[in-house]
Design a protein around this ligand. Structure first.
Ligand code: AMP
Length: 112
């Protein structure tokens, strides 16, 4: 999508601090980290949010969780939180599906 920030990051048109990339997904460090370790994993193909996941595109979500587990292992993360915000009230600011991976500090529940 031409006006999507994360599509522009995937295309290399906007710089990012890349952590991982394969044919289906892209991982990069969040520009405004909310924990000592905070990165995002996104599908390369544009999906607006979890709300737009369906039987035709669901495979990439499983793949992303496999990549998250792999990256967490490589980074030595023993405890971490995976978050995806859907919609404005939940705090979604970029309308391209992304999973936050946060680690390295105590976290509260329920989230604010
Ligand atoms: P959300 O608010 O859940 O939609 O998450 C979007 C995230 O993208 C926020 O945590 C932002 O800090 C992050 N973000 C926005 N622009 C960039 C960028 N250019 N590079 C890395 N992370 C970004």
């Amino acid at each position: 999508m031409s006006d999507c920030l994360f599509c522009s990051i995937v295309a290399g048109q906007v710089p990012s601090n890349k952590l991982y990339e394969d044919a289906l997904c892209y991982a990069f460090y969040d520009i405004a980290p909310q924990a000592p370790t905070h990165f995002l994993v996104i599908p390369k193909a544009h999906i607006s949010s979890v709300s737009a996941v369906n039987s035709e595109n669901e495979a990439v979500v499983g793949h992303i969780f496999s990549v998250i587990a792999q990256l967490a292992g490589q980074l030595g993360l023993e405890s971490y939180r995976v978050v995806s915000n859907i919609g404005e009230q939940a705090g979604q600011s970029v309308l391209h599906l992304h999973f936050h991976v946060l680690s390295g500090r105590d976290m509260t529940w329920p989230p604010g």
